[in-house]
Design a protein around this ligand. Structure first.
Ligand code: HEM
Ligand code: HEM
Length: 191
């Protein structure tokens, strides 16, 4: 799914999706962990969880758009292509991140919706409840949310280690594919 010889960086839309969603997810992770420490029903847990849910549901809405765009636009070519196995490992890690970016907010949605809790979007509107109120389903959603959260934390840690290794040890082109430096001859300039 690459466009050989055309461009060596993800396009603006893909970079926009990546960095916007990375910021939303990192903020949601931090808020979720902090809120989980607070006593249920107290302030500021409630308010923080409302923001957490709003961020997470935004991720859930953006993900299909990002995924379809990625399928259509493909990935940029490499100046110095990695080995087959390195490329396969990166693809597997990225696909796992896509799957976790779907399953984590989805499990949070089931937890909150089946528990009869609110589904706000920054106080502007509320998302519809598409599952019945069901304590067992809500508990299952919570269990899934907790463990998928750990899974995302783990794979994200590997993602960041891999990026750091490329940027600081190998000093290769990988970081520049998602964060091109001005004048580095990325997009159409090098077509
Ligand atoms: C916050 C620091 C982050 C940095 C420095 C970073 C850096 C990068 C870089 C350099 C790439 C391109 C890799 C390549 O060309 O092979 C990339 C791709 C990717 N990153 Fe990140 N990333 C970060 C956070 C995240 C987060 C929070 C997520 C989601 C949980 C994420 C998900 C992805 C995915 C799915 C791809 C593959 C893009 C595609 O091919 O469609 N990243 N990232
Ligand atoms: C990218 C999206 C999301 C991420 C990264 C995320 C991550 C997390 C994490 C790490 C926790 C702490 C788990 C614990 O230690 O118990 C948490 C808790 C929570 N999340 Fe999410 N979440 C996301 C989306 C959602 C969504 C969409 C909802 C609901 C609509 C939601 C509802 C909750 C609730 C209610 C808690 C509190 C759990 C408790 O202590 O009772 N999350 N989330």
């Amino acid at each position: 799914m690459s466009r050989p010889g055309r461009t060596y960086t993800y396009d603006r839309v893909q970079r926009g999706f990546h960095w916007l969603m990375a910021a939303l997810i990192v903020a949601a992770l931090g808020l979720g962990i902090y809120a989980a420490w607070q006593v249920p029903g107290t302030s500021p847990r409630r308010e923080l969880l409302d923001i957490h849910k709003s961020l997470g549901l935004t991720v859930l809405l953006l993900l299909p758009l990002r995924f379809v765009y990625r399928l259509v636009a493909g990935e940029p070519a490499y100046r110095a292509p990695p080995s087959r196995s390195a490329h396969a490992a990166a693809t597997l890690a990225h696909l796992t991140l896509y799957a976790l970016m779907l399953l984590l907010p989805l499990s949070g949605y089931v937890y909150s919706a089946a528990g009869g809790y609110g589904l706000p979007w920054f106080g502007v509107f509320s998302f519809p409840r598409l599952v019945p109120i069901d304590k067992a389903l809500s508990q299952a959603g919570y269990g899934a949310h907790y463990w998928i959260g750990w899974g995302l934390g783990l794979v994200l840690g590997l993602h960041l280690l891999a990026v750091a290794w490329h940027a600081w040890v190998r000093r290769d082109e990988v970081m520049g594919r998602m964060w091109p430096r001005r004048g580095a001859g990325g997009d159409e300039a090098s077509a």
